[in-house]
Write a protein that binds this ligand. Sequence first.
Ligand code: FES
Length: 149
Amino acid sequence: MSEALVEEQAQAAETEDAERKIIGFFCRECAYAAADATGNARISLPPTIRSVLVPCTGRVSPLHLLKALADGADGVYLAGCLVGQCHYREGNLHAIDRVEFARALLQSVGVEPERVQMFTMSAADSPKFVAAARKMHETISNLPPLKRK
Ligand code: FES
């Protein structure tokens, strides 16, 4: 394979990656603190990640997750506090249930459930925050674009 063709394919893959969108709903307590620490350490997230700050992952309903996919996202995830450490007591437990519900709905209509995921982390765990974003990026990059019609 010629060098030009390899370069062209790499550029095409990069362009396709840049066009993918992953919406991350981050709770403003632990996840946001981990995101802040990530920014302070000048660690960049994959270009596919778009962040939405929420008071608590418990504020995100299955409709938010599905609407994000319906409106153009290829993947969506929640990042919140560790189980037992939600600042609103049980918000992240509700979020875990809602993510499972959304995944089951997606699966029932033939959409890959791994397009929706949930991650928990402590405020000090910037590496886990970065790993979650990279995992989502990798998962979505390995899936075909989401067909909506
Ligand atoms: Fe972080 Fe509820 S405040 S998940």
